[in-house]
Design a protein around this ligand. Structure first.
Ligand code: M6R
Length: 365
């Protein structure tokens, strides 16, 4: 039931503050502020030095954020593959202590096959899944449920942000277990994570502004998404979201890759969405924004108050996000990207919940 919403996708976008909070609750004891694992998992992170992450589509981008989290906060080295490549890459897996899969449906054929491959190789396996009676949930050693509830829209929204929340909390759990995060820091992190529902809610208030921008986006044939560090996976996800429901050709790039090719595409017909919270990579990304501006590109800048005050370029559509600690930026900056894709698709009159050629869960390889 869509309730008062025009599409399931929009309803699911608005469910995020609540379901992200639920998901957090299974990884953090909200009364003590300590991280924990859900009852269906018993991973001993103290002995995990290397992980192999694998997933498809949006789940893969969540895993890419996960890699940044685990490497930074837990100092666990992460290999990462799209699931359709994992089995064929013939990577030596002897040093891998845990294989982690990410899947909303728990039925994606490539991800399931990768899980089976990992098990056959004798690896310990864990899966972040949204459907707890799914095949992947049944076959993995450890189940890490996201509590997003049923996701009907083919374009994944709330499942993605719940995956990010699970990954953020897990990386802190792992950091504590590995002695990289003190008890006091753990408390600080879990307090921060509890701010997410409120910040997501604030980001949802930007809907009208983003709706305005979508009117112009809907007239375009191509779009570029750029981000650095924690925002790089979001550039990829923002581009996927836009292309899958509006059919506008969109590419996501690490901002630093701009001058290695894609800059050749920039002229005054090219919209460039830049995800740039004022974090440790801001200055670098800002110089990429100036390179785009110098070539007449049409910039949509997602940043915060500090980033906006930096006045990187004269002409940009700037969406001012709330300020937040770095760990939260991938989750909260997902919201404007989802809304941009959604409103652009609505403008174009495409079938938002059931885009052409796509299935909600891809059960063939
Ligand atoms: O159910 P899964 O998370 O395993 O699905 C993986 C992809 O098929 C899925 O994320 C797909 O890319 C979405 N349509 C993206 O919005």
């Amino acid at each position: 039931d869509k309730g008062n919403y025009r599409h399931f996708m929009l309803k699911e976008i608005y469910e995020q503050p609540e379901v992200i909070g639920h998901t957090l609750g299974s990884f953090v004891d909200l009364t003590t502020g300590k991280t924990r694992l859900p009852a269906s998992a018993s991973i001993d992170f103290s002995s995990v030095k290397r992980m192999a992450l694998s997933a498809c589509g949006t789940g893969f981008y969540a895993a890419l954020v996960g890699r940044y989290y685990f490497e930074r906060y837990a100092r666990i080295a992460c290999d990462l593959d799209v699931a359709s490549e994992f089995r064929y890459r013939e990577s030596p897996l002897e040093d891998v202590d845990l294989a982690l899969f990410v899947s909303q449906s728990g039925e994606t054929a490539d991800t399931l096959a990768s899980l089976r491959h990992a098990k056959a190789e004798g690896l310990q396996t864990a899966a972040i899944v949204n459907v707890d009676e799914s095949t992947i949930a049944r076959e993995t050693d450890h189940v890490l449920p996201t509590l997003a509830g049923p996701e009907i829209g083919v374009a994944s929204t709330k499942a993605f942000t719940c995956q990010l929340m699970a990954l953020a909390a897990l990386s802190i759990r792992a950091g504590v277990a590995r002695g990289r995060i003190s008890e006091a820091q753990e408390m600080e992190f879990t307090k921060t994570l509890q701010e997410t529902p409120r910040l997501v809610n604030e980001a949802l208030h930007l809907e009208d502004q983003i709706d305005q921008l979508s009117r112009e986006m809907a007239t375009k044939k191509h779009a570029l998404f750029l981000g650095r560090g924690f925002s790089y996976p979001l550039a990829l996800e923002g581009a996927l979201k836009l292309k899958e429901i509006s059919y506008i050709h969109a590419e996501g790039y690490a901002a630093g890759e701009l001058k290695h090719g894609p800059i050749a595409l920039i002229d005054d017909t090219m919209p460039v969405v830049v995800i740039a919270p004022h974090d440790r990579s801001f200055e670098k990304t800002a110089s990429n924004v100036q390179e785009v501006a110098a070539r007449g590109g049409d910039i949509i800048l997602l940043t915060d108050r500090k980033g906006a005050e930096a006045k990187v370029v004269d002409e940009a559509h700037t969406i001012v996000m709330p300020r937040m600690p770095e760990i939260l930026t991938p989750i909260v900056y997902s919201i404007p990207l989802q809304l941009l894709a959604y409103h652009t698709a609505v403008q174009m009159g495409t079938d938002v919940d059931q885009p052409r050629n796509l299935a909600k869960s891809v059960t063939v390889e």
